[in-house]
Design a protein around this ligand. Structure first.
Ligand code: ZN
Length: 85
């Protein structure tokens, strides 16, 4: 499966820099999927959730296509902001 959990700050930055693919942000049992370039994909939220809180409440995943993420999180929410990208 072409799904990669983002664990390191360097990975988050290089994914954002390349600007390709989609990111799933989980929060408990919920999940919201964003285009990588969505302004709601934010480094400070990533750092809080993944680094400081040690993924207790949620994680970040990257995949090259939307379908990779939708297959894993079937009832994921759409980001309203991403619709304009
Ligand atoms: Zn978004």
């Amino acid at each position: 499966m072409s799904l990669k959990e983002i664990l390191l700050e360097e990975d988050f930055h290089s994914i954002q820099k390349e600007g390709i693919g989609y990111i799933a942000i989980t929060d408990g049992s919920k999940c919201r999927i964003h285009h990588v370039q969505c302004s709601n994909v934010d480094y400070y939220y990533f750092r809080t959730k993944v680094i400081e809180n040690n993924r207790k409440n949620g994680s970040y995943y990257w995949a090259p296509s939307l379908n990779n993420l939708r297959a894993r999180w079937k009832d994921s929410d759409d980001c309203l902001h991403c619709k304009h990208l």
